[in-house]
Design a protein around this ligand. Structure first.
Ligand SMILES: Cc1cc2nc3c(=O)[nH]c(=O)nc-3n(C[C@H](O)[C@H](O)[C@H](O)COP(=O)(O)O)c2cc1C
Ligand SMILES: [Mn+2]
Length: 482
């Protein structure tokens, strides 16, 4: 049964002994970060701070911060099950004969259940505040000592494509400037920024309506970070993940729908053309991202549940909660990547690469230059375009074994020959690129080289002991008392 809301998820975490309640006062300024950081790095549980110092709203953190919790969030025993379900739909073809078609009906009905459903009333509007509200009423964390302020770190930012009318939901952090204004950190490659550019270019409006939901059922929250094609509705994907439609309710003051069971919703507008300094912010990379100019979000109405729970996360030196969210993306998106690139066997984004810095790819190599073809394809594939370094290995190399990849790749390359540089868009968080959002990338072809690639020397085998000797020594090993 799909979780209705954040509370259902909290109950499930608790039932699985994956959540610890903290009944005493802890400061949302830095102290909750230190708790969360230590917990994630020691494989600790999710944390529910019942008394954030100075506030009556509890704070939930690290709810997704392990593979087990990702499984609970997605209601599976392994995130590979989600990948398998995707494959099932991708392989769905018109069955032969009437019986075959009838057997197909439940599957088609399942597809119908993915689409979001508009409902008249939502718990997220139990309380509606259009005046006398303050964003400082919520226990928004100051995450790291040099942060530019307090940041909402798990916001679901809803906006509408002005050309197609289609909804987008992206997770873009929100810095609190004052009681009713925040930053809107949609990076230039993201859909929120695209909607903003289009509205501004059209010149018909001076304001862009935006709604920000904070805390919802885990599939909805998770859908906001998925690297989906533009105009593919995250709420439909959330419906697929939870096998049940996401209930949406119309906002009170803007023409946008939000998840009906969200905990808190900020309604308002971004003034087109208005920019303000956002950051610095201790970021996914483990470094502070520099302050930069971003649009401003004016909050005109806050709706919430009677006693909301504030869901948040911290990012910082890896591994953090976002690593586990990213690891699940890696597993779930592999079959989709393989639709376009069937030669890809597996991919791995190690924690130290903080998603965009490093991707390890194993391929079934079929023709000269194949590794470079795969690199180019990844650099052209949605948010995988950010990959700063791609290492391609042959299919027998297990890319989940990062040390094994390092060993084999470093042996297999002639650097001048096997490294491919290119230029292109880079992640906004890259602080080393020559320009913000533009720089170079490196591909390493660590596959075995072929004569067809100009390599005519013999290629050696990896050392392996013969099985009969292993078997004999197995017996002797015990005899030796080892
Ligand atoms: C915890 C967390 C915080 C994030 N913060 C931001 C952010 O501030 N700005 C941003 O552009 N992307 C941020 N992202 C990444 C986006 O949510 C992600 O790229 C998403 O796919 C964008 O969706 P879109 O393609 O609909 O724009 C964050 C991701 C996570 C997991
Ligand atoms: Mn999107």
């Amino acid at each position: 049964m799909a979780y209705n809301d954040l509370r259902d998820f909290i109950k499930a975490l608790e039932k699985n002994k994956e959540l610890k309640r903290i009944p005493f006062e802890v400061d949302p300024e830095l102290e909750i970060t230190e708790f969360a950081d230590r917990a994630v790095k020691s494989a600790g549980p999710a944390l529910l701070f019942e008394k954030p110092k100075g506030y009556s709203t509890p704070v939930l953190i690290n709810a997704f911060a392990s593979m087990r919790r990702m499984e609970i969030a997605l209601e599976v025993d392994s995130v590979d099950e989600v990948a398998a379900r995707i494959v099932e739909f991708l392989e769905m073809k018109m069955p032969e004969g009437l019986m075959g078609k009838i057997k197909m009906l439940p599957k088609l009905a399942e597809v119908g259940s993915f689409f979001p459903k508009i409902v008249a009333k939502g718990a997220c509007q139990e309380v509606v505040k259009t005046e006398n509200f303050s964003l400082f009423d919520y226990p928004v964390l100051k995450c790291w000592p040099d942060d530019g302020g307090r940041f909402v770190t798990l916001p679901l930012v809803f906006s509408r494509n002005p050309d197609t009318g289609k909804r987008n939901c992206g997770m873009y952090r929100v810095q609190i400037y004052d009681e009713r204004t925040t930053g809107m950190h949609w990076q230039t490659h993201k859909q929120g920024a695209e909607h903003y550019r289009r509205m501004k270019a059209a010149g018909k409006n001076t304001k862009m309506e935006v709604a920000v939901a904070i805390g919802a059922d885990p599939a909805v929250m998770y859908s906001a970070i998925l690297p989906l094609p533009p105009d593919l509705d995250e709420m439909m994907i959330a419906g697929f993940l939870r096998s049940s439609p996401v209930e949406m309710v119309k906002c009170k003051t803007v023409d946008i729908e939000v998840p009906a069971n969200a905990e808190i919703v900020l309604e308002g507008y971004v003034e087109l053309g208005e920019l303000r300094t956002e950051g610095p912010f201790g970021d996914h990379t483990g470094f502070y991202s520099l302050a930069d100019e971003y649009p401003v979000f004016h909050v005109t109405c806050v709706t919430q549940r009677k006693e909301p729970i504030y869901a948040t996360t911290i990012v910082g030196p890896p591994p953090m909660e976002d690593f586990y969210m990213g690891k699940a993306i890696e597993r779930i998106f592999l079959p989709l990547m393989r639709l376009q690139l069937p030669e890809v066997r597996d991919i791995c984004m190690p924690a130290e690469g903080v998603f965009h810095n490093l991707i390890l790819v194993s391929i079934r190599k079929s023709y000269p230059g194949h590794a470079r073809k795969v690199m180019s394809a990844i650099w052209g594939l949605g948010q995988a375009m950010f990959s700063k370094c791609i290492v391609v290995v042959d299919e027998e190399v297990d890319v989940q074994d990062v040390r094994g990849v390092a060993w084999k790749a470093l042996n297999n390359i002639d650097p001048e020959r096997d490294i491919q540089f290119t230029l292109g868009p880079v992640d906004s968080l890259d602080h080393a690129s020559r320009l913000a959002n533009f720089g170079s990338k490196m591909g390493v072809d660590a596959t075995r080289k072929w004569p067809g690639e100009g390599f005519t020397r013999p290629w050696p085998d990896v050392i392996q002991m013969s099985p009969d000797v292993k078997a004999r020594v197995d017996a002797l090993w015990k005899k030796a008392g080892l």
